[in-house]
Write a new protein. Structure first.
Length: 125
């Protein structure tokens, strides 16, 4: 099955969202995933942006509709001989220790945000 064979009404309702930055919440709680809010949403995430693990090449797709996930999974199986086992292992370890891994990254991002704000404030004086 390809996108061209999907019913046109279904294609009109899809909402795709790249959520690779969603977990980087500098002020307050992390925003909800769009799949928790929009019924026909498809979201992607990865270990690169929030976790600083770009070399792992590990990511995911999420959707409420299991049929699309099965289609994507079949396409991945067809196009990839195997997954990145070491990367998937490191991603799993990182997610198990998410608070310890994320805390210094968020602290650094807050400092950098303040530095940027200070630099712009200095330019406006």
């Amino acid at each position: 099955m390809s996108l061209s064979t999907l019913p046109e009404a279904l294609l009109e309702r899809w909402f795709a969202k790249d959520e690779v930055f969603r977990l980087i919440a500098l002020d307050g709680a992390v925003a909800p995933s769009v799949i928790d809010v929009v019924e026909h949403a498809v979201v992607i995430g990865d270990m690169t942006k929030p976790w600083g693990l770009g070399g792992l090449r590990v990511g995911w797709i999420a959707r409420r509709n299991q049929a699309l996930l099965k289609l994507v999974s079949a396409a991945r199986d067809y196009s990839s001989i195997c997954g990145n086992a070491p990367g998937e292992f490191l991603a799993e370890v990182t997610l198990r220790h998410r608070e310890r891994v994320m805390a210094p990254r968020l602290a650094a991002a807050r400092v950098n945000r303040q530095r940027l704000a200070d630099a712009f404030q200095g330019l406006m004086l």
